[in-house]
Write a protein that binds this ligand. Structure first.
Ligand code: ZN
Length: 326
């Protein structure tokens, strides 16, 4: 018995509660002795064989009775498949401390308010101000690294434990032609203390076609907008905040108006603007019911809701409202 207890204390456990070989419901538990750190709390969007289901959340039964050991929940970025279940699970786990970068924290707060008004006040947060920040959570030392993703403030996580160093990039992509920044290098990860455990999977990894770079994509988009004989209507998922930012900034520089439609789209852009991540002239955004005041060629409409919602509410997106998900 005594032997077992010592062994238990020196064991590193990595327990994915969702997000392994599936898209969505991302949540991973890291446990060492009496210390638990969690990465992400996402929802999964229902598939075709789940009629009547609005969203699926990770099963946290493993954490029952261990709530007091949870030293913190780190969120890698603000997409719903990584933060969507936070309003439900944080409360269930006695409101552990939330650790994330500014955009992600604001997204979580919005989601929280949407779920239950006033509940974001209860959130205990540690803001990752710089990528160089180091955070100690029990026995775990947490470091961060930059990754490319379609939303602002996505981070990769390094968890240093007495047994091994875990590297988890969250959601990431390899961008070969970034705009306004250097190509991200990852070689610094090879310097970390061994043994290292690299946790990653990728939905596009078996695609051998040369990827389109961000620069090619944006150049194409600008060409289409410039040549459009009338209004340009761009449908995108609202989680593509980086691309929406580029379109808005392009519109701002070229004296065009942008109109947003869709609940998640408006919310994401509002947060990004407040944090200063999207810089446009004040007069660029116009309400959708005012677009007829401008020449058609001057108007770009950015429309839609959120991830995985095509069969349901094409305009409003998933709304984790207190009445359940609408
Ligand atoms: Zn993502």
């Amino acid at each position: 018995m005594k032997y077992q207890k010592t062994r238990q204390a020196n064991e590193l456990k990595i327990i994915p509660l969702g997000g392994c070989e599936e898209v969505g419901r991302n949540m991973t538990v890291f446990e060492y002795g009496n210390d638990i750190v969690i990465l992400d709390m996402g929802i999964q969007f229902p598939e075709e064989d789940m009629p009547g289901i609005n969203y699926v959340i990770p099963n946290t039964k493993y954490l029952q009775g261990k709530e007091k050991n949870i030293r913190g929940v780190i969120f890698s970025h603000g997409h719903l498949d990584h933060i969507g279940a936070a309003p439900i699970l944080l409360e269930k786990l006695n409101n552990p401390t939330v650790i994330a970068r500014p955009f992600t924290i604001q997204m979580i707060k919005h989601r929280q308010e949407d779920y239950s008004a006033g509940s974001s006040q209860k959130l205990k947060t540690i803001l990752i101000k710089k990528l160089e920040d180091k955070i100690k959570l029990g026995v775990f030392e947490i470091n961060f690294f930059q990754v490319d993703h379609s939303v602002m403030d996505a981070v990769g996580i390094i968890l240093k434990t007495p047994k091994a160093t875990i590297i988890h990039p969250g959601d990431w992509m390899m961008e070969h032609g970034p705009i306004n920044k250097q190509k991200i290098r990852y070689d610094h990860l090879s310097q970390l203390k061994k043994p290292t455990i690299l946790m990653l999977e990728s939905i596009g990894s078996i695609n051998t076609k040369k990827p389109v770079t961000e620069k090619e994509m944006i150049d194409n988009l600008k060409r289409v907008i410039d040549k459009a004989p009338g209004r340009t209507i761009i449908a995108t998922i609202s989680s593509q905040v980086q691309r929406i930012k580029q379109i808005m900034e392009y519109a701002s520089k070229n004296n065009k108006k942008v109109s947003l439609d869709g609940f998640s789209m408006k919310m994401n852009i509002e947060i990004a603007k407040k944090l200063g991540y999207i810089k446009v002239r004040k007069d660029v955004l116009v309400p959708i019911n005012k677009i007829s005041n401008y020449p058609d060629q001057k108007v770009i409409m950015l429309v839609t809701g959120t991830q995985g919602e095509s069969q349901r509410r094409p305009r409003d997106g998933i709304h984790l409202g207190s009445s359940g998900a609408e």
